[in-house]
Design a protein around this ligand. Structure first.
Ligand code: HEC
Ligand code: HEC
Length: 354
């Protein structure tokens, strides 16, 4: 038995509690990535863009699939249409802003500043989240106000602080451009509509994927961790309590918790309350994935924490005190070494550059 396989056996106990790891036995020769049946028919290799893949990466094979069109088998035409629209400022009122202006490929499809600039230089009200692995999402936006990716991707187009183009106008505009009209007609029998615009953008976004990290390889008995990463993994699972919310293959429960980010004088942000109207949801923000953090600073829904060290310090202090604080957030007894190891673990969850 190799050292890595011995490590996997030890890990079995904690993995079972959080459902993070595959249960099938894995040989040292197992392929690094598992193929799944949602390959894009006839599409050229998309390696020109980072993180674009039509394969389910190692680590996410057992993740529950998002049932909508976005991750179903899709044609090359639909995917490529969505990809080209994502980078095309044609979807903003004055043709100055594209999705990629804020969701920048080199920053894990997030932005590098706390708030992004939309049309007319207006600032977004929240931090631009990463789009990696959103094909496995169940709620979209920090307050989860969308439950389908196809619907979410239309929102920024009409949003007055982002792209400022009413959807009816977007559809007319695309239908007026011969290159898009023809491509939509080939991809969808109904041609350009709000729905097909949403579906094509979602087909692209759902293929921004990250996995196959050193942590995934370690758990599949295909790689080793450094002692620091290994120690960090244990803290994540034990006294760090991170797994309580950042659980499952994508390291998120896709649920809402009040960690106290953005609290002012003990008053939490609105968060999920704005969607449900339920007092208990005040300050509730969707748990983000912990994958790809290497590229997506600054962190949190308001971009208030600049580094992963700052994030760990925030949790060590017990978050931001307020009456609605999640019961799973309390001051942590972590040594400085523990904190360092936790950061090493978080970094190891970002796939190494290809
Ligand atoms: C001006 C900056 C900006 C532009 C342009 C923009 N976004 Fe976003 N995007 C954001 C911000 C900010 C949020 C979070 C908003 C919130 O939670 O209230 C977000 C959220 C999202 C989410 C939800 C992610 C999650 O984890 O819940 C998706 C998906 C998304 N955007 C896709 C797109 C697409 C597709 C386009 C182009 C049609 C686009 N965005 C254009 C800033 C932008
Ligand atoms: C009670 C649930 C809960 C626990 C426990 C928890 N988190 Fe979080 N985490 C969240 C939520 C919710 C957010 C988003 C908060 C916000 O933006 O206001 C978040 C945000 C983050 C972010 C920022 C990610 C980004 O893309 O901006 C990191 C990093 C993070 N958590 C790491 C950890 C670590 C490390 C631990 C353990 C020490 C931990 N979390 C424990 C719920 C939790």
């Amino acid at each position: 038995m190799s050292v890595a396989v011995a490590g996997l056996a030890v890990l079995g106990a904690w993995a079972a509690t959080i459902g993070f790891v595959r249960t099938e036995s894995v040989s040292a020769e197992a392929p690094r990535e598992a193929e799944v049946a949602d390959a894009i028919e006839g599409a050229p290799a998309p390696e020109a863009l980072p993180f674009v893949s039509d394969r389910t990466p190692l680590g996410l094979v057992d993740a529950p699939r998002f049932p909508a069109d976005a991750t179903d088998r899709t044609s090359a035409e639909r995917f490529e249409l969505g990809r080209d629209l994502f980078f095309d400022p044609v979807l903003s009122a004055d043709r100055s802003v594209s999705c990629a202006s804020c969701h920048r490929p080199e920053y894990g499809y997030a932005d590098s500043v706390p708030r992004s600039l939309g049309i007319h230089g207006l600032e977004t009200t929240r931090n631009t989240p990463s789009l990696l692995n959103r094909g496995w999402g169940r709620h979209f936006m920090w307050d989860g106000r969308f439950v389908k990716l196809e619907d979410q991707v239309l929102d920024p187009i009409a949003n007055e602080r982002e792209m400022g183009l009413p959807l009816e106008e977007a559809v007319v505009r695309l239908a007026d451009e011969p290159r898009y009209r023809e491509r939509f007609a080939t991809a969808y029998p109904e041609g350009v509509t709000e729905q097909t615009l949403g579906r094509s953008l979602a087909a692209f976004v759902a293929r921004l994927r990250i996995g196959d990290s050193p942590i995934d390889r370690f758990q599949a008995a295909q790689g080793l961790l450094t002692p620091e990463q290994r120690a960090g993994l244990w803290i994540y699972e034990s006294k760090g309590r991170c797994w309580k919310c950042h659980s499952g293959p994508n390291l998120t429960d896709e649920a809402f918790h009040n960690t106290g980010v953005g609290v002012v004088d003990g008053v939490p942000v609105e968060g999920r309350f704005a969607v449900t109207g339920d007092e208990r949801d005040r300050g509730g923000i969707k748990t983000p994935t912990l994958r790809g953090l290497e590229w997506t600073a600054p962190y949190m829904h308001d971009g208030s924490l600049a580094t992963l060290e700052d994030v760990v310090d925030f949790y060590r202090r017990g978050g931001g005190a307020n009456a609605h604080l999640d019961p799973d957030i309390e001051p942590l007894e972590l040594t400085d070494d523990d904190a360092r190891h936790l950061v090493a673990f978080l970094r190891a969850l970002s796939r190494e550059a290809q």
